[in-house]
Design a protein around this ligand. Structure first.
Ligand code: C2E
Ligand code: CA
Ligand code: CA
Length: 578
């Protein structure tokens, strides 16, 4: 045990000698060390010089600074001294005052040394208890700190640690080269699902240990969650060194693991970032590491890829989605919804716009806003367009056989500009119509205004062929494209659909917007076209459009896009807008 240091403050000459004599054995055994001061002021000087004093024994009546003042001064310091006050017998008010100042105990003079010894031991016991409590607290703090930055399962660093570490790394002004490896285990999910979570956990521990062994002291490794790990190599000499490390890592992860008598091949895909000054935020770095990892995965599992800015996640995703979409066209994953178009003359539904939906087996519903551009890029828009027309004609022919209400109902089908570039589009579409014995006059093709700019000639001639077949033509999203109003008359157009942007703005209190809509409607009417407003959501918008002599509306106010069964019941029930 450490020596306890005791400061004795007393102006009495014999005190020092007396104490040395009485505590001789203890001093010799180095259990106690005594220091002396003749008054409060001296005591404060000693305290200042000697940091680790445990107990102070002080007299009250002393010159220069008395015991009570000393106590007050001590109370102002942070240290937790235990002070024992010694005073002449009967000095009760002073003793009370001392206790109120935080004295630990008091003794009366003349000193009973047996009593003093007991009191010193009591004080030291308390001090030790406090110290050990403090130590426990320190340990707890360390433990909490450790937990905050480590993964409990694998004992590797965790995500928070990585973020902090990388943040400091990126803040450094110098441009040292570093490498980040983002590691995703290829078959973890499969193994976890088939062998169970306990085996999955064991596997993660084994994988972690193997990677840590490979890493030694050359870098730091963190588990990022699930089966994702990240390795940080700071201050690397070259890109080559990082790639060589990735290569070795890949090799050791290809060696099978043994779990419950199974030989398990896990494999890993690794995305690599080699950076110096490119990144300022950990998030950016992670995003690119993730992209590189996905690229590695898509190149065949078990490889690694160094991030390259040309490598966009959307590119990888698009590729995947293109393949999925190709499959969807052959399966049942695409379907149609019908959104009613209501005449403002009668209040009845006189048509539907069909909107395609994709129920992706893994990703769930994907919006046409996402998959139409993908279809266009993959050259799938032609088969997709034909699939839609087929599905529409099929449904329409069945509906017409069953119910009269479907006769005379126009179905709007969206057509991509790319489809119009196909010179044989009209021919292909005619074949579909014939197959189902549907008249082209029942179909209205919606073409986005901005499409009619590039490839103008081909599109124009396709449009004329379609028109000649009897299809009705509608300009979609009018007002958002750049085709000038002046050229509108060149197109064989029946209907103009005002984009929902204008409809929304119309009721925002802007008189300018109302005037724009009025102008569009007037112009369309002059050119012999009728006008549909899309995205009508409120009664106020409806009123305005009625006042502006708009012909029909489409929007959530009347109905969202619905299934063909609901479309059917809307017609049968003769639901009306007003
Ligand atoms: P669009 O032709 O402008 O279709 C109208 C879109 O507005 C639909 O979105 C519809 O659900 C939504 N909508 C309808 N009423 C309201 C309303 O009151 N408020 C608001 N905020 N929105 C409303 P959706 O179904 O997501 O379609 C998005 C776009 O995808 C369509 O825009 C169309 O350009 C394209 N699309 C959909 N199906 C096909 C298709 O079969 N072929 C082609 N080429 N394009 C399609
Ligand atoms: Ca449309
Ligand atoms: Ca539209």
């Amino acid at each position: 045990m450490e020596t306890a240091r005791i400061l004795v403050v007393d102006d009495e000459q014999g005190m020092q000698r007396l104490i040395r004599q009485r505590f001789r054995k203890r001093i010799k055994a180095q259990e106690l060390t005594f220091l002396f001061a003749a008054n409060g002021l001296e005591a404060l000087q000693v305290i200042k010089k000697e940091a680790d004093i445990d107990v102070i024994i002080t007299d009250i009546n002393m010159p220069e600074m008395d015991g009570l003042s000393l106590l007050r001064n001590i109370a102002e310091t942070e240290a937790e001294y235990k002070t024992i006050v010694v005073s002449a017998f009967g000095d009760i008010p002073n003793i009370r005052a001392a206790m109120n100042q935080g004295a630990f105990d008091f003794l009366t003079k003349p000193i009973d040394f047996y009593d003093l010894d007991t009191t010193i031991q009591k004080a030291l016991g308390l001090i030790r208890k406090i110290q050990s409590r403090k130590q426990e607290l320190e340990q707890l703090k360390d433990q909490l700190f450790y937990q905050a930055y480590h993964d409990p399962l694998t004992d590797l660093y965790n995500r928070s640690w990585f973020f902090e570490r990388v943040s400091t790394l990126l803040e450094r002004p110098q441009s040292e080269l570093y490498g980040v490896l983002f590691i995703d285990l290829d078959r973890f999910k499969l193994i976890n699902d088939s062998l169970g979570h306990l085996s999955g956990d064991k596997l993660l521990k084994l994988v972690s240990a193997r990677m840590r062994e490979q890493l030694q002291n050359t870098g730091k490794i963190a588990r990022f969650g699930g089966d994702e790990f990240i390795i940080l190599l700071e201050n690397v000499p070259s890109k080559k060194v990082v790639c060589e490390f990735a290569d070795r890592l890949k090799q050791i992860l290809d060696i099978p693991f043994y779990i419950e008598d199974y030989e398990v091949f896990i494999g890993a895909s690794i995305g690599i970032i080699i950076g110096s000054k490119e990144y300022t935020k950990p998030e950016e770095l992670l995003r690119d590491a993730d992209i590189a990892m996905y690229s590695a995965k898509s190149q065949g599992r078990g490889g690694y890829q160094v991030f390259d800015p040309a490598m966009q996640v959307s590119a990888v995703e698009t590729l995947q989605l293109q393949n999925d979409l190709r499959r969807a066209l052959e399966s049942d994953d695409l379907y149609l919804l019908y959104q009613p178009i209501v005449s403002l003359l009668t209040g009845h539904v006189d048509g539907f716009e069909v909107l395609t939906r994709w129920r992706h087996p893994q990703r769930g519903a994907i919006s046409p806003i996402t998959f139409i551009p993908i279809a266009e890029e993959a050259g799938l828009i032609i088969p997709l367009g034909l699939w839609v027309l087929n599905a529409v004609c099929d449904r329409l022919s069945q509906a017409q056989i069953r119910a009269d209400v479907w006769r005379g109902i126009t179905i709007n089908v969206n057509v991509s500009a790319l489809q119009l570039c196909q010179s044989d589009l009209a021919e292909k579409m005619a074949r579909v119509l014939n197959k189902f014995e549907i008249s082209a006059t029942q179909i209205k093709l919606e073409i986005t205004e901005s499409c009619l700019l590039d490839q103008y000639d081909v599109q124009m001639s396709t449009l004329r062929s379609l028109k000649n077949l009897g299809f009705k033509i509608c300009i979609d999203d009018f007002g958002t494209g750049y085709s000038s109003l002046s050229r509108l008359h060149e197109f064989p157009i029946d209907t103009l659909k005002i984009d929902r942007y204008f409809i929304r703005e119309m009721t925002s209190g802007s008189q300018f917007r109302v005037e724009t809509v009025r102008m569009i409607i007037t112009l369309a009417h002059t050119l012999g076209m009728d006008v549909v407003a899309e995205g009508v959501e409120t009664a106020e918008q409806l009123q305005q459009l009625q006042a502006l002599s708009c012909d029909a509306i489409q929007g959530y106010l009347f109905s969202k896009p619905v299934s063909h069964e609901i479309a059917d019941s809307i017609l049968r029930n003769r639901n009306t807008l007003f």
